[in-house]
Design a protein around this ligand. Structure first.
Ligand code: GDP
Length: 532
């Protein structure tokens, strides 16, 4: 492949995630997008990976299904000669960390908001992460076939609660029972809502001038009048769309529609492929890496265990940052300083996975792994690069983990080790006595770990409560200073090491954290494991 072909492959890729609070319509929207790409034949093909009751059994069922069809982690399809990769982001809050990590591998996102519920808790958290990283965002306001909030009020809410600067590219004509259609501000045409089945392709009618009587004929006098007023208001209030600002994360275009009725989805998809970015450059500790560079590089953002105990291998998901990834070629695993070859790299499509010979920047490949990879690992053609930006956040729940079967301590150690590599939870080892502490985002994970240790590693564990408010990663300029030595001596009981051997302070209350910070002003306490 020559350079020109390679650059064309890079330029036609769009890798993104859909984020939302559970139930806003992420799964339904994903499915409709896949229908347009011809990737699936009918609705209902995409499994909803939802944990309904917050029960462990739900989680296990999902994992079991996923083991069979890990394809749900990445969905690739082609649309109008664009290769689209959708990365799955769990909406359940107990898996928020998984979603944060996945967001390191996307080049843009679509935020789905339920028109009736407005901005919800998980939307706020996830959008904040995207905002911090200047990820370009498109907002899709869903369920317009239902009664919901007024469009202007909702955009106000989005600006205030999410700290975004929005501009609508389409505007609804009516809502709920009275939904007449959607006016595409950008393209100046109207898409009428017939409330039909999801397979119907809606006709669009071009309207060059909103004063045209055709509008009144199409939607009725009253709705036409309201639309004219509202569009005037829109142009008065909101900034013009500007792609540069969108790409810089400074402006977020808004689309309206109904995923369930496949209404407004095509407009969203067409808008998306027109404006969303191709693979973006990525920062390594050493330098900024451009996707068009000749040499291959990529990083692991997700590890998926095989839930079948007979096949212990795992799949490591690699986002390709630069160059071409080729089957059977030796690449360097930077952390282990070891060359590895992959004979069956997987690519993921809606209903299947396939072995691929070549993959390009923006693509995700799944590599079979017997324990070489950890989340955050970098793989390259040879250059020593370390990709940044997969931090751990302070867990919310902490418990001591104990071995309940002395005959199986090896299995337990191995199981804990591998589950932590997968990013299921975080392990801290107390400095004072070497006791092991598991920290998780949600309480559900403790049961999941116990279950998996037993079923995949034949080990059994028990937990013991522990009062920790937050884990803080410690930074000091001078480990030999009197202040740092005093801190280490006085707080010895609360000090631990994480898996990367970084020093962590386990504060037992917000008050004691404040007191400690005051007492030791030269020490920095971070709530995130990665800092500049
Ligand atoms: P997720 O949790 O964000 O993946 O949400 P789902 O896609 O599973 O949708 C949650 C519920 O909302 C399901 O019952 C969907 O049928 C319903 N839903 C999704 N989109 C729409 C829509 O546009 N209109 C209506 N009325 N319901 C919708």
């Amino acid at each position: 492949m020559n350079k020109k072909q390679f650059e064309k492959e890079v330029a036609r890729r769009r890798t993104f995630g859909i984020i939302s609070h559970p139930d806003a319509g992420k799964t339904t929207l994903t499915e409709k997008l896949l229908l347009y790409g011809g990737a699936i034949q009918e609705a209902g093909a995409v499994k909803n990976n939802k944990i309904k009751k917050g029960a462990t059994s739900d989680f296990m069922e999902i994992e079991r299904q996923r083991g069979i069809s890990v394809a749900t982690s990445v969905l690739a399809f082609e649309y109008r000669d664009i290769k689209i990769n959708i990365l799955d982001t769990p909406g359940h809050k107990d898996f928020a960390e998984d979603t944060f990590r996945t967001l390191t591998a996307v080049d843009s996102v679509i935020v789905v908001i339920d028109v009736a519920k407005g901005v919800e808790e998980q939307t706020e958290k996830l959008v904040e992460v995207c905002r911090m990283r200047n990820i370009p965002m498109i907002v899709f306001i869903n369920k317009m076939d239902r009664e919901g909030k007024d469009a202007f009020d909702l955009m106000d809410e989005i600006e205030q609660k999410l700290g975004l600067r929005v501009t609508p590219l389409s505007f609804p004509i009516g809502m709920g029972y009275d939904l007449k259609g959607i006016y595409n501000i950008h393209k100046q045409n109207i898409n009428l809502f017939i409330g039909a089945s999801s397979k119907e392709i809606h006709n669009t009618t071009a309207i060059d001038n909103l004063n045209d009587q055709l509008l009144d004929q199409l939607v009725g006098d009253k709705a036409a009048e309201i639309l004219r007023e509202e569009v005037e208001l829109v142009t008065g209030i909101y900034p013009d769309f500007n792609r540069e600002e969108y790409l810089a994360g400074d402006l977020q275009p808004v689309f309206f529609g109904s995923a369930l009725h496949n209404f407004g989805v095509k407009e969203l998809l067409d808008g998306f492929i027109e404006i969303a970015p191709a693979p973006r450059p990525k920062k390594a500790e050493e330098r900024l890496v451009q996707p068009n560079e000749d040499e291959f590089s990529g990083f692991v953002f997700k590890i998926h265990a095989n839930m079948d105990p007979k096949h212990r291998d795992r799949l490591a998901f690699i986002k390709i940052v630069s160059g071409v990834f080729e089957r059977n070629k030796a690449y360097k695993h930077i952390r282990l300083n070891k060359n590895l070859k992959f004979s069956s790299p997987n690519a993921f499509f809606a209903e299947r996975k396939e072995i691929v010979d070549e993959s390009f920047p923006g693509d995700i490949v799944g590599l079979h792994d017997t324990g070489n990879f950890k989340i955050g690992d970098t793989l390259t053609s040879g250059e020593a690069l370390h990709y940044k930006g997969i931090p751990s956040f302070s867990p919310e729940h902490f418990r001591y983990i104990n071995n309940s079967d002395p005959m199986k301590s090896k299995q337990l150690a191995k199981g804990i080790d591998q589950l932590m590599d997968e990013g299921v939870a975080q392990l801290f080892t107390l400095e004072l006595n070497g006791r092991k502490i598991i920290g998780t985002v949600g309480a559900l994970q403790f049961e999941v770990i116990q279950y998996r240790l037993e079923h995949e590693y034949g080990a059994s564990c028990s937990y013991e409560n522990l009062n920790v408010y937050k884990a803080c990663w410690i930074e000091t300029k001078d480990v030999n200073s009197a202040e740092f030595k005093d801190f280490k001596r006085v707080k010895a009981k609360f000090l631990a090491h994480d898996k990367r051997d970084q020093l962590v302070f386990l504060a037992d209350s917000s008050f004691s954290l404040q007191m400690t910070q005051q007492k030791y002003p030269s020490i920095k306490f971070h709530f995130v494991s990665e800092f500049e």
